[in-house]
Design a protein around this ligand. Sequence first.
Ligand SMILES: [Zn+2]
Length: 114
Amino acid sequence: MSGSSPQALVPVTLRREGADQLIIEWSDGHRSVHAWKNLRRHCPCAGCREEREKPPDPFRILKPAELVPLAPVAMAPVGRYAYKITWSDGHDTGIFTLEHLRSLCECPECQKKG
Ligand SMILES: [Zn+2]
């Protein structure tokens, strides 16, 4: 195993827990918990970033896809450093780097560090 740095943090297991959570077990033994809702809220793609920066529009009409709970349909590795999540509304431009995923961990331990 040449070239692999000892501190490279990689997910060992990724799995869905129930309908609304993702569990990631990391190479350092940390087990992170993510609500899909929260991942989508932090979607790093340009479209979602723009959406978040816009002031809320009270006259905006919800698209039918926004009325049903959003669910992930696929989570595919992108190279060795990121994952792409495809959502039930067809959104698939959000690429979450491992670093970003880890920083979004919602386990009590990480929440404390704030
Ligand atoms: Zn997005």
